[in-house]
Design a protein around this ligand. Sequence first.
Ligand SMILES: Nc1ncnc2c1ncn2[C@@H]1O[C@H](COP(=O)(O)OP(=O)(O)OP(=O)(O)O)[C@@H](O)[C@H]1O
Ligand SMILES: [Mg+2]
Length: 252
Amino acid sequence: MRTNTTLVINSKGGSGKTTLATNLASCFATRGVSTAIMDYDPQGSSLNWLRLRSVAGPRIHAANAAPAKAGRIRSVDMHVPANTRQLLVDAPAGASGVLLQEMLARADAILIPVPPSSIDIHATANFVRDLLILGRVRTRSIRLAVVANRVRSAMPVYQPLERFLGSLGLPLLARIRDSEVYLRAAETGVGIYEMDPAEAAAELEEFAPIADWVDPQRDSAAANVFDLPRARRIDRAGPVSITGSNSLGGKP
Ligand SMILES: Nc1ncnc2c1ncn2[C@@H]1O[C@H](COP(=O)(O)OP(=O)(O)OP(=O)(O)O)[C@@H](O)[C@H]1O
Ligand SMILES: [Mg+2]
C-alpha cells in the first residue's frame, strides 16, 4: 500500500494547520496505522509537539522539511519510512513559489483550516482560487476540502464561504470548536484521540468526518468529493468576492 499524503495548509498564520495535522496524526497512530508528520514550517511546531510525546504513546515519525540550515542535509531530515501509510504535511504560513509547488507535488489531498473572521474567510477563498488555478489542483487530481476552525457558536459568518465552496463542488468538511482541549493537547504532546474519551467527546465527534475524508479507504465516498459537472470554473485572475448572491463576484 502506498503513502496517503495530506497537506494541511492556509496562507494565513494561526489558522489551525498544526492543530489539524497533529490531531490527525494522533488519530491514525492510535488506530495502529503507520503515521508520519512532515513539518515544512521553520517554527517547527509539529516537531516540537512530537518531541513532547511520551515514548509509551503510539509512535509518529518526524520528518523535517523546513529550509535547511548549515550542517543539515534536508533530504536526510525529510526522509519518511517506506511503510508509512498516512503522512500529514504541516505547511508554514504564507508558503508560495517553489516550496508551495514542492508540497503540492507530494499531496494526495489538501485540508485548509479557516478561522471565523470575515477577513480570514475572504483570504481563504482567494487562497483556494490560487490553488485551483496556479496549483492546478484539479488537473493533478488532488482532493481539497476546507475545515472551519475555532468556531464559537452557530456562526453565520461561514455562510458566504459555504456558498463559494458549494459553487466549486468543494465541501466545508467540519466545524472545529474553539476548545481548551486542543490547547491542552498541543501543550502536552498528545492528540484528542489519546485523551480520556469523556474529556474530549465533543472534539472526537467533530474530528470524525475529517479523519474519514483523509483516509479514503475507510470512506469510499471521499473519492467523489469533486463534483466536477456541478463545479463552476474559476478562470479569472482577480480577487474572489464571496459576499452577495454571486459567490464568484458578479462577473460572468
Ligand atoms: N479549535 C481550537 N481551539 C482552541 N485553540 C486552538 C484551536 N485551533 C488552534 N488553536 C490554538 O491556536 C494556536 C494556533 O493554532 P495552530 O498552531 O494550529 O495554527 P497554525 O496555522 O499552525 O499556525 P502557524 O501559521 O503559526 O503555523 C495554537 O495555540 C493552537 O493550540
Ligand atoms: Mg503551524
